[in-house]
Design a protein around this ligand. Sequence first.
Ligand SMILES: *[C@@H]1O[C@H](CO)[C@@H](O)[C@H](O)[C@H]1NC(C)=O
Ligand SMILES: *[C@@H]1O[C@H](CO)[C@@H](O)[C@H](O)[C@H]1NC(C)=O
Ligand SMILES: *[C@@H]1O[C@H](CO)[C@@H](O)[C@H](O)[C@H]1NC(C)=O
Ligand SMILES: *[C@@H]1O[C@H](CO)[C@@H](O)[C@H](O)[C@H]1NC(C)=O
Ligand SMILES: *[C@@H]1O[C@H](CO)[C@@H](O)[C@H](O)[C@H]1NC(C)=O
Ligand SMILES: *[C@@H]1O[C@H](CO)[C@@H](O)[C@H](O)[C@H]1NC(C)=O
Length: 432
Amino acid sequence: MVRFVTPLLLASLSVSAFAAQKCNSSSQCKEEKYPCCSQYGECGTGAYCLGGCDPLASFSLDSCAPMPVCESKTYTWENLDNAVTQDKYLGNASAADWTYSGKVKTEDGNLIMTMPAKSVGTLFANNHYVWYGKISGKFKSSRGKGVVTAFILLSDVKDEIDYEWVGADLTTVQTNYYWQGVLDWHNSGNITVDGEDTFNDWHTYEIDWTPEKVDWIVDGSVQRTLKKDDTYNETSKQYEFPQTPARLQMSLWPAGQASNAQGTIDWAGGEIDWNSEDIQDPGYYYATVGEVSVKCYDAPSDAKKTGDKAYIYANSAAMESDISITDNSTVLASLGATGLDMDLGADKSSSSSSSASNSIPTGSGGSGGMSGDNTSSDSGSGTSTTDGSETSTSGFTQGSPTQDSGAAGQNERVLRGSLFGVLVALVVLVTL
Ligand SMILES: *[C@@H]1O[C@H](CO)[C@@H](O)[C@H](O)[C@H]1NC(C)=O
Ligand SMILES: *[C@@H]1O[C@H](CO)[C@@H](O)[C@H](O)[C@H]1NC(C)=O
Ligand SMILES: *[C@@H]1O[C@H](CO)[C@@H](O)[C@H](O)[C@H]1NC(C)=O
Ligand SMILES: *[C@@H]1O[C@H](CO)[C@@H](O)[C@H](O)[C@H]1NC(C)=O
Ligand SMILES: *[C@@H]1O[C@H](CO)[C@@H](O)[C@H](O)[C@H]1NC(C)=O
Ligand SMILES: *[C@@H]1O[C@H](CO)[C@@H](O)[C@H](O)[C@H]1NC(C)=O
């Protein structure tokens, strides 16, 4: 059983949960009590301070918990023993390699990420950060207009390297990258995938990320290269190149749901059909994941290194040289703890049952500029396949960072700009 915060703390958590403060890098979390800005742009404690916690949008640079260092590993899918829902993860990546939301299952040694009708899909996020390395995944994408499968590296300050499959075009995989979430409409690139289509055929997709370049590799052949040198901005004198520790994330999401911004729907090939052949049989959209592996590379030669357990941001410029490797613990004692007080709630177990709503991020309510994305609690509830706990997940949305068609208005650009990465909402019913 998960250990939760004391009843007193819980009471205060649930009070504030009704008005979770919003946050972004120009408007940080203001209260030391709820210092962590989650991936979804809301302030809180616990899971808000773990994977995805944005140090630049949090109360202070050390509000987010230190990030577990890279671990070279190959993942296969006989079972989901190494994956937990977000309410069960406190930062010990050795105990759980993945956290996830949505309905997933294993079948014939593969991981099936599903998206039943009107649901918000699946997000499977690795808990170990990668600070340069090669990630490989064997995938069969989902299919259907409006349905998007993604295999990406995403850092907490929104450096990002992507593969995305849009279900309306099964001969292409789209690639993209971002630096600190800054939009640039020229960064995307398509790769044509050989064979019948990406839904029926297995292909191996790799991202080879070094301090000097990114290679996108399909079936062993380099299809796109991004050189760091080519990302230099003469004005800011900075390399706008993904360069901070990032987590591997795999997802299936409804980019084409009617409530999304029109630009997102268009990019996804149109509105999603919730009565398609896959929805009728087997009853959901799905993407199939075979073996996934992570090979860690050495940290940059000039990296500040005082340990080997955690990455931390030592400076708010959040560039490569601002990352340190230390021996800091990455584990919170409870869902009430934060990077500022990681031991909070340590020796006190609580037997009360409650929802710890300000300690497990919820993305509903348009966080992170997602006002066009109104996917609220009626969608995507389900029971996790790994255990008996009731976990209803909702509000999972992910951005559509695509090249500009030129037609989108400024507002939409801003909106779409804040849609990068993955937005997830989890409403977790904690039953002890
Ligand atoms: C950041 O958050 C503030 C306060 O919620 C909001 O007014 C502002 O528009 C946001 N900025 C961006 C870039 O999203
Ligand atoms: C890392 O550990 C050091 C020494 O214990 C501590 O002073 C520092 O605040 C910790 N840093 C973070 C980001 O937790
Ligand atoms: C993390 O989990 C591992 C494996 O379950 C365990 O051996 C280790 O003690 C845990 N570390 C912490 C700090 O809880
Ligand atoms: C990539 O392919 C999609 C169609 O699948 C198309 O709409 C888009 O314009 C292409 N992007 C680039 C950069 O060529
Ligand atoms: C270069 O940096 C300047 C200053 O930060 C910024 O305004 C501009 O948009 C950047 N240029 C590109 C191509 O990203
Ligand atoms: C979500 O949509 C409903 C109906 O379309 C609307 O009443 C509600 O205000 C929206 N909520 C948000 C947070 O946008």
